[in-house]
Design a protein around this ligand. Structure first.
Ligand SMILES: Nc1ncnc2c1ncn2[C@@H]1O[C@H](COP(=O)(O)OP(=O)(O)O)[C@@H](O)[C@H]1O
Ligand SMILES: [Mg+2]
Length: 576
């Protein structure tokens, strides 16, 4: 049932990379020029050394030797200084690009449809936000600049070699086809292998995260062994996929090693033969061999970072993939004509082929309280989510004032209908900040008024009290009150309360519900409840069973009938 989030295709990754390069063209050019200057400065010493060695034959004067040595020293210092500046500028650029990608990724995550997040599980997202972001940051900080620099240095070195000794340079270039075919072999296989490796890591993470989250259930049901076995299977998957990538590297790296030494040997042999046959000088031979030796460093860097570049491209594809999740909201641009929420013959399935709601029609009257009761798993929460516009119906329509709920922008929708469940998160921050999530413009007086509506017992530091990680840990009941206070601030005309007071003890719940009544009056309220007094106090009661509304009427009507509700009411009333 778990559907992994999509991964962006090659074309998308290329296009995004080009866009990023285009956006930072100026900085890229500056970095490239600085790197080229640094490379050029590093090319001076071999030439001068060749000059000195060659000069032994024609007798250089002492002052010529001194001058050459000074220039050589200056070139070395200049190369070091330019390299430093170039690296600094590249790092700054890298950090900027990385920050942009991260922001884009976070936005993508926040825009994900809830249903997608639920069916993909948190493990996949967790792996993408940790492992993939880390891999990408390594690639952008180190691999991209290193590869670009290596390419520039190689090009500049080969040009310098050709200027000194064209024939010997040609000999050194026989390395190219060897390295090219080896690299090509590797690059053809690597991306898919790394994608599989990352996917295996994701599913292992998902499994462990799930076991941790459901630790008590696991223990209670004695599932420990089973979960360990499943995790071991996942781990075996990780091992197998990592072995594949390891094998690729085992073939590729020896080719790379070969690439360092071959140019030196080739140019030395060719240059030596040319010198012996009188077609070159000892100075040329020295310079060209030193250049060939210098090539080893950029080639080494290029090849070792290519691997990292692959891993980075894979991670980028996974990060960009989050953006490819189709939105399940399609903005219609229509404005609701009034405040009435209706469901018309609504059907809904989370998974194709298994209908959770079938043929539900509800017409909410303005300001009415509709209680929804029924056995566990009947579809009450799902119904609440559809009324709150969280999911689009699979068939039929869910509308407010004639406009599809999922056709409204989220911020707009929340002013129409809000959903409160038992899950509410208290964010790290002050109490005031937590409340203002619902209404950023609220002043302190409005916040206090909202808190008063939910029976809030003031904290010592008032609105400034730090909550969440590192701050005051709220009890579940207090967290629920904060959630309800947010609702008061959001001020929607229709509310869905899904067992919203279930975490409070019955007396406190009743008390809170009474004070909430003041807030709720005038609003339309759908209260999903397991305590039947909520149903007793409501205007109408809907009994949901097996994804259908099987009974709908006032409490008195239903109790008078020989209905399922009447039976439920009698047994509940008898107990309490
Ligand atoms: N996110 C989900 N993905 C797949 N099935 C779900 C999901 N949430 C609920 N269900 C299934 O839908 C049915 C109705 O669930 P729910 O609406 O939570 O019922 P209730 O609130 O009445 O207990 C159940 O069979 C449940 O297993
Ligand atoms: Mg429920």
């Amino acid at each position: 049932m778990r559907r992994a989030l999509p991964v962006a295709g090659r074309e998308t990754v290329r296009r995004r990379t080009r866009e990023l390069a285009a956006r930072h063209r100026r900085q890229l050019v500056v970095c490239a020029v600085l790197q080229l200057l640094a490379a050029a400065a590093a090319l001076v010493p071999p030439r001068l050394l060749g000059h000195l060695v060659g000069g032994l034959d024609h007798g250089l004067t002492r002052s010529e030797i001194n001058r050459t040595t000074v220039v050589l020293g200056v070139a070395l210092i200049a190369a070091a200084a330019l390299t430093r500046v170039a690296r600094f500028r590249s790092s700054v650029l890298g950090e900027q690009v990385l920050a942009e990608l991260r922001e884009d990724f976070v936005e993508g995550i926040l825009d994900l449809p809830l249903g997608t997040v639920e069916s993909a599980g948190t493990g996949d997202l967790l792996t993408r936000t940790t492992k993939d972001v880390d891999a990408l940051s390594k690639t952008i900080r180190f691999a991209v600049p290193e590869v670009l620099v290596a390419l520039l240095i190689m090009a500049a070195t080969i040009v310098a070699m050709a200027l000194v000794a064209p024939l010997a340079t040609c000999a050194a270039l026989i390395t190219v086809p060897v390295v090219y075919s080896g690299t090509r072999w590797y690059l053809r296989r690597a991306p898919a292998a790394y994608l599989r490796e990352a996917a295996a890591a994701s599913s292992y993470n998902a499994r462990v995260a799930e076991t941790m989250a459901a630790g008590r259930t696991t223990e209670a049901l004695g599932l420990g062994r089973r979960r360990v076995r499943l995790a071991e299977d996942d781990l075996a998957g990780c091992y197998a996929t990592e072995r594949v990538t390891l094998r690729l590297r085992c073939v590729f790296f020896p080719v790379a090693e070969f690439a360092y030494v071959l140019p030196v040997i080739a140019s030395l042999v060719a240059g030596g033969l040319l010198t012996l046959s009188g077609h070159g000088t000892l100075g040329q031979l020295t310079a060209v061999t030193l250049y060939a030796q210098q090539l080893a460093d950029p080639v080494d860097r290029l090849l070792s970072w290519l691997d990292e570049l692959q891993i980075g491209a894979t991670s980028l594809a996974r990060l960009l993939g989050v953006r490819e999740v189709p939105d399940d909201r399609s903005l219609s641009g229509d404005e609701p004509a009034d405040d009435r929420v209706r469901l018309e013959d609504v059907r809904f399935s989370y998974v194709a082929g298994r209908e959770v709601l079938s043929g539900i029609t509800v017409d909410l009257q303005r300001g009415e309280r509709l209680a929804v009761v029924g056995p566990s798993g009947a579809g009450k929460s799902t119904l609440g989510r559809l009324i709150a516009g969280v999911h689009p119906p699979s068939a039929g329509r869910a509308t407010v004032g004639g406009t599809d709920l999922v056709g409204l922008p989220l911020a707009r929708l929340r002013r129409e209908v809000s959903l409160v469940t038992q899950e509410h998160h208290v964010f790290s921050g002050t109490l005031g900040e937590n409340l203002r999530l619902a209404l950023p413009t609220a002043n302190d007086r409005e916040l206090h008024r909202a808190l008063a509506c939910v029976d809030w017992a003031p904290l010592r530091d008032g609105l400034e009290t730090a909550l969440g990680a590192g701050g005051l840990a709220l009890t579940p009941a207090q967290a629920q009150q904060v959630a309800l206070a947010r609702l008061v601030l959001a001020d929607p005309h229709t509310l869905v309360l899904d067992e919203a007071t279930a975490l409070l003890d019955p007396r406190a719940a009743r008390h809170l519900e009474r004070s909430l009544a003041a807030v709720l009056s005038g609003r339309t309220v759908v209260a999903i409840a397991h305590r039947l007094h909520t149903a007793h106090d409501a205007d109408r009661v809907a009994v949901v069973e097996g994804g259908r509304i099987v009974e709908l009427g006032t409490h008195d009507e239903l109790v008078a009938d020989d209905s399922a509700y009447a039976a439920l009411w009698r047994s509940w009333h008898g107990e309490s």
